[in-house]
Design a protein around this ligand. Structure first.
Ligand code: M6R
Length: 620
């Protein structure tokens, strides 16, 4: 089974060039963040299909290919896998072959057991434990009946339940790759005399910026000079073209030790780019992309943010700002919980889906459910050509650039920034803030990249502490108000990167239970609000620091420049520049990201590809 996987397909160039395999491996390298349990490729050579597949990271496949090179051909497809069922071994790795057909798959074929029973009864022998192999056998048989790979694909996909992106090649068609998508991502890259398919544009941005979006339930056939798209019944479909505005170098490590280090260093730019071009000459917010009738937005009486993981914490931060600025109640809900609890949403609810990848299945399902209830849906997404924006009423793109490391960093900052723009836009439309108030908040946002740079320039101390703490078994994080989701995000980063137990709490909750965890030496990060904001908030957090310090905690405090009140109770103070309370998360989260990243490096872990995880969670 191919749960959340990276998929690449290529056709073009003379076979002797070796380019197809080179392009596919390069694409897999850029998509490896989607899954890294195994990898495999197949090339259509004049002698037939030649494939290699290996358990483990892509490097294992590359090594195997160097030891035993494949023949040359015009078309190739490749896969990097995040296993759902079926051990991540060589046999279960993709591609799966049957006769003259080879298939790779992202998703889960839910009715595979029934289909397998049928094939077994017909005497078909299975090599692997995967659902995907069923598709390979069905496709090979359908091809034998029709002599056409595209119509064979259409026949087969109509029999499948579940989610899938499939790519297939056939030995009789050395210059064709056929793809199909149903609830899993697939985009087309358009080249000169060559064409590409990929789970996302990162697969081919080094080669072309011209791309086509594929819709739900579509089949695509690429040759070096043509791209044909139909629905599952064979009716031609006009695919929507788009230009990828990501810079290919943004998907390279560029001298950093890891993508995560680079992506943290990119944060000032991610925030600046997300703000860029979103005001007119008079300073009015013009979110052209939000093509939702103003009357609908004025009538909104509730906002529900649906998201998962880090994106949900970004939504949680935004709740404080949007409620304050717009006086609309905002709920933040984990998308997987939202979908299955019969939420109360209707035509006057604005459902905001936040997602870096735009492919998170839980979030997509929440969007679909919200639309079925008549709600208006707005996506805040980083990846062009992805599914969530396609299926939402409107989209505001974050311009964070490609995020390759599995742990989300710059996307978090860009999501908060974009959500704040939405909040200010609603406030402008509904008149809950004066235009000079909006203008001054935008000015404050515009100076955040410089302040962020200051935080980054000061990060050596937090790195040092992280290296010292490499053996710590547990770390707690406390925050209040917008500092609360920041604390939870700090804990998530540490869990996923360094495999250390970590928890984020609302500081006010301490005395209701968590303070029992404090024992001498327990490290606790505390995110302190500005003393210039609501004074009570600041002084309450300072009291919390005293309370845990009194019980022996080792206090690692993130506080604003000039906040001297924390000094007597802090073992360490990490300083951030002064800024308005609501904008502080854009700064205070950074030392926590750096801490987790550095600590994972110190433990010798793979920072970009932590165990058991995949970047895009494209199955529920
Ligand atoms: O692509 P998305 O933003 O929808 O992904 C949501 C989460 O899966 C993601 O933020 C995840 O929690 C990250 N690994 C956190 O670093």
């Amino acid at each position: 089974m191919g749960g959340m996987c990276g998929i690449v397909g290529y056709v073009g160039s003379p076979p002797a060039s070796g380019r197809p395999l080179e392009v596919v491996i390069e694409g897999l390298r850029r998509l490896e963040y989607r899954g890294y349990d195994s990898a495999g490729v197949v090339v259509v050579t004049p002698e037939g299909l030649e494939s290699t597949k290996k358990a483990g990271k892509l490097a294992n496949l590359v090594e195997a290919l160097e030891a035993a090179p494949l023949g040359l051909g015009t078309a190739a497809i490749g896969h990097t896998r995040w296993a759902t069922h079926g051990a991540p071994n060589d046999t279960n790795a993709h591609p799966h072959r049957s006769g003259r057909t080879a298939v790779i798959h992202n998703g889960i074929v839910e009715n595979f057991a029934t289909l397998k029973a049928e094939l077994l009864a017909e005497g078909v022998e299975f090599a692997s434990e995967t659902d995907t192999e069923v598709v390979a056998h069905l496709l090979d048989r359908a091809y034998d009946a029709t002599g056409d790979l595209t119509s064979a694909m259409r026949q087969v996909v109509r029999r499948l339940d579940g989610t899938f992106t499939l790519l297939a090649v056939h030995a009789h068609h050395p210059d064709t790759v056929v793809g199909a998508r149903h609830d899993s991502p697939l985009v087309v890259g358009l080249g000169e005399g060559e064409n590409f398919l990929g789970s996302d544009v990162a697969a081919f941005i080094a080669r072309t910026r011209q791309a086509l979006e594929l819709g739900q339930d579509e089949v695509v056939t690429i040759t070096p000079t043509s791209v044909r798209v139909t629905d599952f019944d064979g009716k031609p479909v006009q695919a929507r073209p788009f230009t990828v505005d990501w810079d290919a170098s943004a998907a390279e490590k560029g001298g950093f030790r890891s993508f995560m280090d680079k992506e943290i260093a990119d944060e000032p730019k991610a925030v600046a780019d997300t703000l860029l071009g979103r005001t007119d000459a008079d300073g009015q917010l013009v979110l052209d992309e939000i093509r939702i009738e103003e009357s609908v937005l004025r009538a909104v009486n509730k906002i529900v943010v649906v998201a998962c993981g880090t994106a949900a914490y970004a939504g949680h931060v935004a709740k404080y700002a949007i409620e304050h600025w717009c006086r609309i109640p905002v709920e933040v809900e984990l998308a997987h919980e939202f979908r299955y609890r019969d939420p109360v949403v209707d035509e006057r609810t604005l459902v905001v889906a936040v997602s870096q990848s735009g492919e998170t299945m839980d979030t997509l399902m929440a969007v679909r459910h919200a639309r079925e209830q008549g709600s208006t849906t707005l996506a805040i997404v980083n990846t062009h050509g992805s599914t969530i924006p396609r299926e939402s009423d409107a989209v505001l793109y974050t311009h964070a650039g490609p995020e390759v490391a599995v742990a989300s960093t710059k996307a978090f900052l860009a999501q908060i920034t974009a959500a704040y723009l939405v909040g200010l836009y609603l406030a402008q439309l509904r008149g809950t803030l004066f235009s000079d108030e909006i203008a001054s908040k935008l000015d404050e946002l515009r100076v955040m990249p410089d302040k962020l740079q200051t935080v980054l320039d000061r990060s050596e101390r937090v790195r040092e502490i992280a290296r010292w703490m490499a053996d710590t078994p547990t770390v707690l994080f406390l925050g209040r108000h917008v500092g609360y989701p920041v604390a939870m995000e700090g804990a998530l980063k540490l869990k996923e990167l360094a495999y250390i137990h970590a928890e984020g709490f609302a500081a006010g909750e301490l005395k209701h239970g968590p303070i029992a965890l404090i024992e001498p030496g327990q490290p606790v990060f505390v995110v302190v609000p500005s003393p210039r904001g609501r004074h009570s908030l600041h002084s309450k957090v300072v009291s919390n620091i005293q309370e845990i310090r009194a019980r022996g905690a080792r206090t690692l405090v993130i506080a604003e420049d000039g906040d001297e009140a924390v000094v007597p109770f802090a073992d360490e103070v990490f300083r951030v520049p002064r800024c308005p309370t609501l904008l502080a998360p854009l700064l205070t989260v950074v030392p926590l990201q750096v801490f987790a990243c550095e600590l994972a490096h110190a433990k010798g872990l793979d920072v970009d590809q932590p165990r058991n995880l995949a970047k895009s969670v494209t199955v529920e």
